[in-house]
Design a protein around this ligand. Structure first.
Ligand code: FAD
Length: 398
């Protein structure tokens, strides 16, 4: 088994925090908590627990919140990076269009007509006993070619055989689950996290296995596989080692996040990237059906235990945990639980949000953030668009 331990559910951290709201349009007798007036703005210190109430009060009084930042010297034991959207800029500034990242990132080194032939080095199960379905961690040898990639990219796999028309199968894309240096830090491998697709035929009821995922999940080590790519610039990490990275993933959507986290923490220990000494904050929301389906559980919890100030881990285990209404706990419910805190973080221009996994998961996330942003008088849809323009909002769902 790749990942054998089965312990604990939700690992998260909390604390008491103070934030300073810069508000325009308030009179001087509004009764705010210790307001300090400077150049037309009112500065109000608000405890985290009262953010929502205070925002509503400010709006009722006709005020407009133009920025929120954490109070320096916060005595909270919570991770500094969670509690400190210290570089928060006035919201209008986030609208600035940022330079497109990834100009030097390799793409399509190997095309479908001339794929790279990479041997499967290992193929290990990721779902523990009692879990749902089959998910494998598969490592390929890249030592004989020129396939370089960065975290957040995908590769294409062309399965063996032909389709029902007798034509070679088309490629399928898979997010890369390893860092640019590979699992062995020798720049000679690439790893994937693949779920075998199975479903019942809607008419016949027959069990159908997906072509490429079944091919990959059953690969024997030593088998050579047609690989294309790399592709994709949507999910690239910012270069800034102090960035705040919020990851929201379901199932195999963990793949790029594993690559990020290994880059941030494991490659740091192995001194693989002298130019990238991560000292920001990473928060992973991970949705799975059952505890044995927490892919890479041991690695994730090890990193969380080792870097408690830099890495926060929150699970949504749908068939084991209940949401506040007594229903199944999906990722959007965890986002809703933490929405005010997330919204504070998101307003910091150092924060990037990544969503990866099941198509359709964005809906619930949007809903939770709409409510949180709304409490501070901000239209979430507009704000998300501005984040997208600033390359701070990244989505890859399939
Ligand atoms: P196919 O044989 O191609 O079958 C898929 C088809 O089956 C569907 O198109 C649909 O027509 C049909 N079908 C599927 N479900 C049902 C249903 N319930 N009822 C009726 N018909 C159905 N997958 C991973 O496992 N890991 C990854 O990291 C990963 N990353 C990806 C990254 C990107 C950018 C993209 C676009 C996709 C990613 N995928 C990933 C998905 C992957 O590309 C394949 O789509 C998946 O493995 C299924 O391919 P397959 O050949 O096994 O299935």
């Amino acid at each position: 088994m790749y990942n054998s331990s089965v312990i604990g559910g939700n690992v998260s951290v909390s604390g008491n925090r103070l934030f300073i709201y810069e508000v325009e349009g308030l009179g001087s007798t509004d009764g705010a908590t210790a307001p300090v007036r400077q150049s037309g703005s009112t500065f109000i210190t608000v405890p985290y627990s009262r953010m929502s109430v205070e925002s509503q009060r400010i709006m009722r009084l006709g005020g407009k919140i133009v920025s929120i930042r954490a109070v320096g010297g916060d005595a909270s034991p919570a991770p500094a990076a969670v509690t400190a959207p210290a570089a928060t800029k006035p919201m209008a500034e986030t609208k600035a269009k940022a330079k497109k990242p990834g100009a030097n990132v390799p793409v399509n080194t190997y095309k479908p007509k001339t794929p790279y032939l990479g041997a499967c080095l290992s193929n290990e199960p990721l779902v523990d006993e009692g879990g749902v379905g089959i998910v494998q961690h598969i490592k390929f040898d890249l030592s004989e070619g020129d396939l370089k990639y960065v975290e957040g990219q995908s590769i294409g796999i062309i399965p063996e055989g032909t389709d029902e028309k007798g034509k070679p199968h088309k490629l399928r894309l898979y997010s890369i689950a390893s860092t640019a240096h590979g699992d062995d830090v020798d720049d000679k491998t690439v790893s994937l996290c693949v779920r075998q697709l199975t479903y019942k035929h809607p008419e016949s009821g027959e069990t159908i296995n997906g072509v490429c995922s079944t091919y990959l999940c059953n690969l024997e080590p030593g088998t050579k596989v047609k690989i294309t790519g790399p592709v994709g610039k949507e999910m690239l990490l910012p270069d800034d080692p102090d960035a705040k990275i919020i990851m929201m993933g379901t199932g195999t959507g963990i793949a790029p996040f594993r690559a990020y986290l290994w880059r941030m923490f494991k490659d740091k220990e192995r001194e693989a990237n002298p130019d990238y000494q991560f000292n920001g904050f990473a928060w992973l929301f991970f949705g799975v059906p059952k505890t044995p389906n927490i892919l890479y559980k041991e690695e994730l919890e090890e990193m969380q235990a080792q870097y408690p100030n830099n890495f926060r881990l929150t699970y949504a285990i749908s068939r084991e945990q209940q949401n506040s209404e007594g229903g199944r706990m999906y990722i959007q419910h965890r986002i809703a639980e933490h929405a005010d805190e997330l919204w504070s973080l998101i307003q910091d221009e150092k924060t990037h949000v990544y969503i990866c996994g099941l198509r359709g998961m964005e809906g619930g996330i949007d809903e939770a953030l709409t409510t949180a942003a709304g409490k501070t008088g901000v239209d979430w849809t507009d704000y998300r668009k501005s984040m997208k323009k600033a390359h701070r909002w990244h989505v890859e769902t399939y």
